[in-house]
Design a protein around this ligand. Structure first.
Ligand code: PGA
Length: 257
């Protein structure tokens, strides 16, 4: 059984296929012996298919976005069946960069989540507050984003999604959230899920932390006595194969027993 999930979000990097293949190979060389932890690489769309064809099932693949229609006149968009045929198992939906820079609304995110599930992909739904607020108060925006992203889905489908809690102020800033705070948020997210789908189904949903994860801070997010995060979503640090591998190993070594 997979116990932890670590997702590399390469964002719009690296600039060439050659570099992408090299990075993928370097990461694979470092983490290929790891068990019980699913390591997922999300390259840009353009490199996904080539990496899949060249390395087949070396590591699990994911995409960084998806459109909600399967085919048709939607210039520039990529559909769930396209991602499936390019080897993707997961797809990140609602990343804060897409919400903020491309104006993606909760309604759009909901459509994408539904389409991803229908197309046989596992959505990694990203939620998180914009501003750093009091560490004691759990921002209500998280509940709103979650409920809207998952609206209209049957409980049996919600239990198969992944939730990534990513405080926007921590993404790409070098200022990660504290492990205590992130754990509190993870517990809160699971509570909201429990209200929506019941406790036992909510228990099945992996909750990840993302936002300036490094090899140094990674263990603190996982080594908890209570159930908090089940893994990490890593941006910048995933572009360095050695550092990313250190993150993976740190998570494996510090996971709950
Ligand atoms: P970061 O990005 O690790 O560079 O902060 C995380 C993310 O955006 O998923």
């Amino acid at each position: 059984m997979v116990e932890q999930l670590i997702i590399a979000n390469w964002k719009m990097n690296p600039p060439t296929l050659r570099e992408a293949e090299k990075l993928f190979f370097d990461v694979w060389s470092e983490v290929r012996k790891i068990r019980k932890t699913e390591v997922v690489i999300c390259p840009p769309f353009l490199w996904l298919d080539s990496i899949y064809k060249r390395y087949k099932k070396a590591l699990v693949l994911g995409a960084q976005d998806v459109f909600w229609q399967t085919t048709g006149a939607y210039t520039g968009e990529i559909s769930p069946p396209m991602l499936k045929s390019a080897g993707a198992k997961y797809v990140i939906i609602g990343h804060s960069e897409r919400r903020r820079i491309l104006g993606e609304s909760d309604e759009v995110i909901n459509k994408k989540v539904k389409a991803a599930i229908k197309g046989g992909l596992v959505p990694v739904v990203a939620v998180g507050e914009e501003m750093k607020e009091s560490q004691e108060v759990v921002p209500p925006v998280i509940a709103g984003q979650l409920q809207k992203a998952l609206a209209g889905l049957p409980k049996s489908q919600i239990e198969n999604v992944v939730i990534a809690y990513e405080p926007v102020w921590a993404i790409g800033t070098g200022q990660a959230d504290t492990a205590d705070n992130a754990t509190r948020r993870a517990i809160y997210v699971r509570k909201i899920l429990a209200k929506m789908i019941g406790v036992s189904r909510a228990e099945k949903v992996p909750i990840l932390y993302g936002g300036s994860v490094t090899a140094k801070n990674a263990p603190s997010f996982i080594s908890r006595d209570i159930r908090g995060m089940d893994g990490l979503l890593v941006g910048r640090a995933s572009l360095d194969a050695k550092e990313f591998a250190q993150i993976v190993r740190a998570v494996v070594n510090h996971s709950r027993v």
